[in-house]
Design a protein around this ligand. Structure first.
Ligand code: G4P
Length: 173
């Protein structure tokens, strides 16, 4: 079975779809199935194996497990943008992101120590909805002078086809 087929079966068994909201908190973003995450991560990594990716970038919190799985497969580090800036991060890139799903605004912070001009970055996340997280990440990459080589998520709820995904909302109908 493909990664998409396994995920679809899991959503049908342990999740639900309510309009635009997909409930996955029994296996993806609250309780987490590590075997499933690694299957999905391997699938995304395979699509970017020849893109000379130097770093995976995601945002706290739910993107972190996928980022680790993709990074392990591609053998590169992963960075997660933080939503609170710790005092140990004096120099940073930052951009604001408004979540339509959660109806709140957050600022994402990445230390200047972990992102550099020569980095070729793959953005990964659990969901792509309105693209506000990716937009903030693009602003951070522009501040760093780094290059975005691609964006990949588990479930793409938008019409943007330049964002790779395992499943789209159409697959879930
Ligand atoms: P966008 O970045 O693409 O604009 O998306 P939006 O802000 O609307 O939503 C992103 C946040 O909402 C993410 O969490 C994501 O995990 C969550 N989300 C979006 N759609 C769904 C959905 O259908 N089901 C579930 N379960 N979650 C969804 P976040 O704000 O980044 O925070 P965190 O939960 O990762 O900490």
């Amino acid at each position: 079975m493909s990664a998409a087929e396994v995920l679809l079966e899991r959503i049908r068994r342990d999740g639900s779809i309510n309009g635009q909201i997909v409930k996955v908190d029994q296996f993806l973003n609250h309780m987490v199935d590590p075997v499933l995450i690694h299957l999905l991560g391997d699938d995304i990594a395979a699509s970017f194996a020849n893109h000379s990716v130097t770093k995976i970038l995601t945002a706290e919190t739910s993107g972190i497990m996928l980022a680790q799985a993709v990074a392990l497969k591609l053998q590169v580090p992963f960075v997660y943008a933080k939503k609170k800036r710790p005092i140990t991060m004096p120099e940073y890139f930052a951009a604001a992101s408004y979540s339509f799903t959660k109806q709140e605004s957050t600022t994402l912070y990445v230390s200047k120590e972990v992102l550099h001009r020569d980095d070729k970055v793959l953005f990964v996340d659990d969901f792509f909805a309105k693209g506000s997280t990716l937009k903030a990440i693009e602003e951070i990459l522009a501040q760093a002078g780094a290059t975005l080589v691609g964006a990949a998520v588990i479930i793409n709820k938008s019409d943007r086809r330049d964002v790779e995904s395992i499943l789209t909302l159409d697959d879930l109908q």
